[in-house]
Design a protein around this ligand. Sequence first.
Ligand SMILES: [Zn+2]
Length: 121
Amino acid sequence: MERPYRLSCHCGEIRFEVDEDLGELVECNCSTCRRSGFLHWKVQADRITLLSEKRQMSTYVWRCISEGHHFCTTCGVAMLRTGYPGGKVSVNARCIDNIDLFELNIERYDGRTDMHPGPLP
Ligand SMILES: [Zn+2]
């Protein structure tokens, strides 16, 4: 697969492309990621081009207003996570069009241990 990578939710309502090399992919065992199955691919936000303009997404916020889990309101597929430093967002690599998940090299991050579990103190 080559750049730019195209990503879409299941129903196709939300589509965007990422013009970056496929970098480190991380699965996380924190309370939200383990439930959603989000596969993190952190990219610079300015490398993302929205292909479906003026569409609705929903955002689940559980701690800080600057951190969000953004998903399609129609099919529920999570596409983006925000709240990372350095102008980065995390896109869900599971949404890359035509990707074979079993061919990916996926790292693990122990978010369950490393991250504060509840509201920020
Ligand atoms: Zn959708």
